[in-house]
Design a protein around this ligand. Structure first.
Ligand SMILES: *Cc1c(COP(=O)(O)O)cnc(C)c1O
Length: 315
């Protein structure tokens, strides 16, 4: 598992390479939730999401490698590309032919090679594994890795510095690297703090795995919270047991509830992606209340501007 000491070491290691993001109060959400609500603005992080913390910590811990690789084209791929460039290491982000052009361009703009292989995410992952096996690259996974989890945990330390009397933290949940890290940090400091995971109802692999008592595969369905999609890995080693042991509550949201959260946050001046809107969505849906200072993690802001605009038009 990942300890408080690992997370404190990660904080020292990544200092100066990631931003300490601001916390903002929300009068509207506080009124709706029945108590104080704070927004941890990680959508303002460099590369637009918290994943830079884990990727930077993992890359900084590497010994002698030819470079780094992964098969994620979303926020983890961006974060890894940025972290590798900062340390002068080559990065190859593997992706299938189906990846949209804007995501490909974003990776290339960060100085990484975007390697197109095959027709599916599995083919892309196979190429990343080949680079690891045959070419001396380190494969940095998006969540199930101790250094990644420790890096995400620095967000938990920061939250307690900024909101020392926090009673609960609401965490967008997918593979569980964010929740595992934040919970490990926060509960080590404040064992009574409540950690609430939030996922979408459609195809949430961690929720299904917790219900089954072991990692299971789910059918992936399109969701507005695209950064919360994907499996947790059938061979999951760390995040499944950590989320199982450290999470106090799990909330699932419909697509409409996520969209309502996104619209509400836009009205408060926060442009976030669907995954980052789940805390606000849960409050608006009456599924989450504040019984003492509640911190919502706005985990990322990488949303297609045209999609964001069209969501604001539909009411
Ligand atoms: C990756 C991601 C998440 C989920 O993080 P996990 O560690 O996979 O649970 C939530 N929000 C955003 C914006 C993300 O990029």
């Amino acid at each position: 598992m990942v300890s408080l000491d690992d997370i404190l070491a990660a904080r020292d290691r990544i200092e100066g390479q990631v931003l300490d993001t601001p916390v903002a109060g929300s009068a509207n959400l506080s009124a709706l939730a029945g108590g104080p609500v704070w927004l941890k603005c990680e959508h303002r992080q460099t590369t637009g999401a918290f994943k830079l913390r884990g990727a930077t910590n993992a890359v900084a811990r590497l010994g002698d490698v030819a470079g780094v690789t992964t098969a994620s084209t979303g926020n983890h791929g961006r974060a890894l590309a940025h972290a590798a460039r900062a340390l002068g290491l080559p990065a190859i982000i593997c992706m299938s032919r189906l990846v949209p052009a804007n995501k490909l361009a974003a990776i290339r703009d960060l100085g990484a090679e975007a390697r197109i292989v095959g027709e599916s995410q599995d083919d892309a992952f196979e190429e990343a594994r080949r680079l690891q096996r045959d070419e001396g690259f380190a494969l940095i996974p998006p969540f199930d890795h101790p250094d990644v989890i420790a890096g995400q945990g620095t967000l938990g330390l920061e939250i307690l510095d900024q909101v020392p009397d926090a009673a609960a933290i609401a965490v967008p949940l997918s593979g569980g690297g964010l929740l595992a890290g934040v919970a490990a940090a926060a509960k080590a400091r404040r064992p009574d703090i409540c950690i609430i995971g939030i996922s979408m109802e459609r195809g949430a692999a961690m929720a299904a795995s917790l219900a089954a008592g072991e990692p299971v595969e789910v059918t992936e369905l399109p969701t507005l919270a695209d950064s919360l999609g994907g499996g947790i890995g059938m061979g999951n080693r760390l995040t499944f047991p950590m989320v199982r042991d450290l999470m106090d509550d799990l909330i699932l949201l419909t697509e409409d509830e996520i969209a309502a959260g996104l619209r509400h946050l836009a009205g408060e001046g926060h442009v976030v992606e669907g995954a980052a809107a789940v805390g606000a969505g849960a409050i608006l849906a009456g599924k989450l209340r504040s019984d003492g200072p509640l911190v919502l993690i706005l985990s990322g802001g990488n949303i297609d501007p045209a999609l964001h605009a069209s969501l604001l038009e539909t009411t």
